[in-house]
Ligand binder design. Structure first.
Ligand SMILES: [Zn+2]
Length: 448
């Protein structure tokens, strides 16, 4: 059996890979987890020599599949991927002979988990949500804020600026995703309709002061000033996503030309084709499917979207333009009950029954309680190959966020973000920047 099989897409030769060791100070900050201290070489002042290796039965890089391979993590980065075990001779080796190793999952749409919501705006909330989601294999994410009063959102932005990635044992926050408030009131879904706004120049300017941390904003381009707002944000390198929208084709096309690049939960809260007189014209959904340059995300939880619709999206756009997201809320990892989607102060109530989150009238879903690994497992269950499902959860979102030179691949020089799954796609191990942040069974640790 060939141990290394290379897939045609994503040739490593296209990826700039240069291994740059972190400074000793950075290594100290990155590596202070107690689990990781098992692999310290030398004294506490030489932490930059810490080496950890993960051995797995199958490693999806994901441009190749390596059987019985090893990944060496040093100073927060990957220093080796392959089947030469000599490269790990100085490392503490964590062995997962039946394990599937993949780049860490990148969730570009997540509100909360473990009882907290990013919109709570506190340091504790940021840390706890990130700590919760490593259990599901998420290694980095966009902290998503539900529509909130403008003053409150600005306060969150300030708080977020101060405490960016305060937690060192959770997923890395890559930036913020404002889901609203510039949405169409007719398509508000679980967003409090009274909090939606039209994007006046003044409001847009207020948010533009924070484009160093706002990485993405969801806008309904058909609202008054919508296309101008798309242009204003995209010109500042904020990824603009169409969502909670019933824009007709002409408006979607204008927004596309103004810089629209992504779609918020494809099929959910998006208008469909309609009749203009006797003539049937494309709605937001068909326009997005038709415009090849627009990427999209899917809540692949087996509830929000029928598998046939997922197949249709893959046919129309190709899996290289589709990301898997959780859109999870604070009830993820909690028992059934009533929870706030969004902040405790301004969010909407959601009823969680049998682990499924509904609006209070129980007629719609309100966010989810899933993890990224659940979306991968679901894609497998409806017929997608493991590699494609893993790509849609890691490599493609990295491409969307324009960080695919450092995340979304297992290759030397890339961040040490990886996940090991068992055969049933249960998470066994998660590392973020080379640190073990989650281990399902601590007995796995220290076996070398
Ligand atoms: Zn959302």
């Amino acid at each position: 059996m060939r141990r290394v099989c290379t897939f045609p897409e994503y040739k490593t030769s296209n990826i700039p890979v240069k291994f740059k060791p972190a400074s000793k100070f950075e290594a100290f900050i990155l590596n202070r987890s107690t689990i990781f201290q098992k692999s310290f070489k030398g004294d506490a002042h030489s932490l930059s020599y810490v080496v950890l290796a993960v051995k797995a039965g199958r490693i999806y890089t994901p441009n190749s599949l390596i059987r019985n391979g090893i990944i060496v993590l040093e100073n927060g980065k990957i220093s080796y991927v392959g089947d030469d075990f000599d490269k790990a001779k100085d490392a503490t080796i964590l062995k997962f002979d039946d394990g599937i190793c993949t780049p860490g999952f990148i969730d570009v749409h997540v509100h909360g988990g473990g009882g907290y919501d990013f919109a709570d705006g506190s340091l504790e909330a940021f840390s706890e949500v990130c700590r919760y989601h490593v259990r599901g294999g998420t290694t980095s994410l966009l902290a998503t804020i539900l529509s909130s009063p403008i003053d409150y959102t600005l306060k969150i932005l300030e708080a977020f600026k101060r405490s960016f990635n305060a937690s060192k044992d959770g997923a890395e926050i890559l930036g913020l995703h404002l889901e609203g408030p510039f949405l169409n009131p007719d398509m508000h879904g679980a967003h409090p309709v009274e909090l939606l706004q039209t994007p006046s120049r003044e409001l847009v300017e207020a948010f533009l002061n924070y484009t160093d941390i706002i990485k993405r904003i969801t806008i309904a381009p058909e609202v008054s000033g919508g296309v101008e707002a798309v242009k204003a944000f995209s010109s500042k390198n904020v990824i603009v996503s169409i969502g909670h929208s019933n824009a007709p084709y002409e408006v979607v096309d204008k927004a596309y030309n103004a810089g629209l690049r992504h779609t918020t939960h494809l099929y959910n809260a998006l208008g469909v084709s309609f009749k203009r007189g006797a003539y049937r014209v494309p709605g937001a959904l068909e326009s997005i499917l038709a415009l090849g340059g627009i990427m999209a995300e899917i809540i692949a939880d087996g509830r929000h979207v029928h598998p046939i619709l997922i197949h249709l999206a893959v046919k129309a756009k190709g899996f290289r333009r589709l990301c898997l997201v959780t859109d999870a809320m604070r009830a993820a990892g909690m028992s059934d009950g009533v929870y706030k989607l969004g902040s405790n102060a301004y969010g909407s109530n959601a009823i969680v029954k049998d682990g499924v989150s509904y609006t209070v009238d129980m007629r719609s879903f309100a966010s989810t309680t899933i993890s990224m690994v659940d979306t991968v497992r679901f894609m497998k269950s409806i017929g997608y190959p493991t590699r494609i499902a893993l790509l849609m959860a890691s490599t493609i979102p990295a491409k969307l966020l324009d960080i695919s030179s450092r995340k979304g691949f297992l290759a030397p020089g890339f961040d040490g973000d990886l996940v090991v799954l068992d055969r049933e796609f249960k998470v066994l191990l998660t590392t973020v920047r080379g640190r073990v942040v989650y281990a399902e069974n601590r007995d796995f640790l220290g076996l070398s």
